[in-house]
Write a protein that binds this ligand. Structure first.
Ligand SMILES: [Fe+2]
Length: 335
């Protein structure tokens, strides 16, 4: 994808210097960390072009012009530890002593006015999580599998859902062709008849919980039937897994087939994440995937590391879940 903004080297290094002053760990005290970042914004420490890009992201999201945006040459920690594939998040927290990537993602959330969201039962309730292969999930259907991931959206069975996902390239093997794909829900719906859309709005479908959710919550054994489509273009879909419920009428299977055909045909956006790239995109009202077109060295490919945040569409959307906050931390919800 074409970048909305490529920071110059001097913009990036000046911003990095400012982000370095945020010494509080976001993993120990997220509120204090977030507060330090907002002081940087208030003190005028953000490049003007980045502020304008954030405004444009907000405008293009609300007008429906684009729900996926790329920024390049963004600040990333200079000394990234090796975090392995056994328990990368724990390794990160014990070995990573600077928080440049985290502070940049927090800054971006603040200037795009999309408050962050975290799940208490996932990665200790951290607001900054790692997309890294985890040995026990290799080859399974999850983003931590070290391989390809079918079109889906994240955590759509959860009562509190992320409107946006933002990824920051921390370590991306430069010779590999690994792409994140994106399809906006409204693009997909344009391929479907009104009758098909109506059937997709009925609770005729089932989607098994993914392995990471089941590991975090052993009570998640069966999933109730659900609609695939709700609201304007909000989706709940995991390709090759979401299917028609046993007792669903035959038109549910027809609608599912039409959706799969549409997903094959529809033009996709693809981005090859590089170190310092940000890809920020709609979660609920879109689908995303990961394709490995060419991997030069499978072992090195396991070192690919993206830092990820979940966010609400705006403060009002976050505020509707105020009663769900855990430990008094806005945005942190249970599982
Ligand atoms: Fe995902």
């Amino acid at each position: 994808m074409e970048a909305l903004l490529v920071l110059t080297d001097s913009e990036r290094s000046q911003l990095t210097e400012r982000l370095e002053t945020v010494e509080v760990s976001p993993y120990e005290d997220y509120l204090a960390f977030s507060d330090r970042v907002s002081k940087l914004v208030i003190d005028g420490g953000v490049p003007e072009r980045l502020l304008r890009a954030a405004d444009r992201i907000r405008e293009e999201r609300s007008s429906g012009v684009s729900e996926a945006h790329v920024l390049r040459n963004c600040p990333v920690d200079e000394d990234l530890p090796d975090i392995g594939n056994e328990d990368p998040s724990a390794e990160k927290k014990s070995r990573k002593v600077t928080f440049i990537g985290e502070a940049f993602l927090e800054l971006l959330a603040q200037i795009t006015r999309t408050p962050l969201l975290s799940y208490a039962n996932r990665f200790g309730g951290d607001f900054f999580i790692d997309v890294v292969a985890i040995n026990k999930y290799l080859g399974q259907q999850t983003g931590y599998n070290g391989g390809e991931v079918v079109f889906h959206n994240d955590r759509t069975a959860h009562p509190v859902r992320a409107d946006y996902i933002t990824l920051l390239g921390m370590r991306c093997p430069p010779d590999d062709l690994v792409y994140t794909g994106f399809v906006a829900g409204r693009r997909l719906l344009a391929e479907l008849s009104a009758e098909t859309q109506q059937v997709l709005r009925e609770p005729y479908f089932v989607t098994p919980f993914d392995v990471v959710s089941r590991d975090a919550n052993t009570e998640l054994d069966s999933t109730p039937s659900h609609p695939i489509l709700s609201g304007v273009s909000s989706l709940r879909y995991l390709d090759t897994h979401t299917t028609a419920a046993d007792d669903a009428p035959v038109e549910a299977k027809d609608a599912l087939l039409a959706l799969k055909n549409a997903l094959t045909r529809v033009p996709k956006q693809r981005h090859r994440m590089q170190q310092g790239d940000v890809l920020t995109f709609a979660n609920q009202s879109a689908l995303h995937n990961r394709e490995q077109i060419e991997v030069q060295d499978p072992t090195r490919a396991l070192g690919r590391w993206l830092l990820k945040t979940y966010a609400f569409s705006d403060q009002a959307a976050a505020d509707t879940h105020r009663d769900a906050w855990i430990d008094g931390i806005p945005g942190k919800v249970g599982d």
